[in-house]
Design a binder for this molecule. Structure first.
Ligand SMILES: Nc1nc2c(ncn2[C@@H]2O[C@H](COP(=O)(O)OP(=O)(O)O)[C@@H](O)[C@H]2O)c(=O)[nH]1
Ligand SMILES: [Mg+2]
Length: 247
């Protein structure tokens, strides 16, 4: 299986070298694509230099900070064009441990999407402040209620997709920019008839650099999930009305 680990970066100069070593330490055979959005701190320059000495490292340099969703979509297109079988998502900041990657990759033999989950037995979060724990558990509860999504960690960003499921999705229609992208993608995989598996991971809060989580990102997720939920429930209700049946 040819595997590509996509790492989106914005100002991760300190964390990225350690993340790449951790990934290659645990899975030496995988290729890595860094998708940098013009980080002013030189992350893209570092990645470019690293790619010139290690053939497993590649860089996609974009000019403006356009959000996590757009960075991943560009990374998926790059990887699908080059025939990778598995496309992974991982953060640059050390939160997703290299040592958990082989477990996710192994599980992808029997699932279209594998999520590294904090919220199933065996999963955990290290060093998160209370407000981040509440945000994550609250968001996941809301997603389950609004969309009926049977996933425990729908916002998780440590994932493995089988290339064939990504090819079946209309990726050009995905508009989610921030972390809502993760929910959007999990829901699309399930609606396309794909299978989603979760494996427990230990998520470790970053030691260097800053989180890009913001009020705008939270609002985008809340507004979008609510709109999708209303449309989904209206559709379910319409199916129950007399004289209406599923085609
Ligand atoms: N290319 C790109 N990467 C981003 C953007 N926003 C966040 N990231 C990266 O996405 C990953 C997760 O972001 P982070 O700020 O750690 O979020 P948190 O873990 O939820 O606090 C990190 O590797 C970030 O550098 C963006 O707009 N563009
Ligand atoms: Mg982080």
């Amino acid at each position: 299986m040819r595997t590509l680990v996509i790492i989106p970066t914005y100002n991760e100069r300190e964390s990225l070298p350690r993340q790449i070593s951790a990934v290659h330490g645990a899975a030496p055979e995988v290729d890595i694509l860094v998708v940098d959005d013009g980080s002013p701190d030189g992350t893209g320059d570092w990645a470019q230099a690293a790619s010139e000495t290690d053939g497993r490292i590649h860089v996609l340099r974009r000019t403006a900070k356009n959000g996590l969703g757009a960075a991943y979509l560009a990374g998926f297109a790059w990887g699908l064009d080059r025939g990778y079988d598995l496309l992974c998502e991982m953060d640059a900041d050390g939160s997703h441990r290299g040592r958990d990657l082989p477990t996710l990759l192994a599980r992808a033999s029997s699932a279209d999407l594998v999520i590294g989950s904090r919220w199933i037995p065996g999963g955990s979060v290290v060093n998160w402040p209370r407000h981040r724990l509440l945000l994550s558990t609250g968001a996941n509860t809301y997603v389950r209620l609004a969309l009926g999504l049977r996933v425990h960690d729908a916002t998780a960003g440590f994932r493995v997709y089988r290339a064939d499921v990504l090819r079946r999705l209309a990726l050009g229609d995905v508009e989610s920019q921030g972390y809502c992208f993760q929910i959007d993608m999990a829901w699309r995989v399930l609606r396309a008839g794909g299978t989603v598996a979760e494996v427990p991971i230990t998520f470790v809060e970053r030691e260097a650099g800053e989180s890009k989580m913001s009020g705008a990102i939270i609002r985008e997720a809340l507004v979008k999930v609510t709109a999708w939920g209303v449309a989904h429930r209206a559709h379910q209700l319409a199916d129950l009305l007399p004289g209406r049946s599923r085609a």
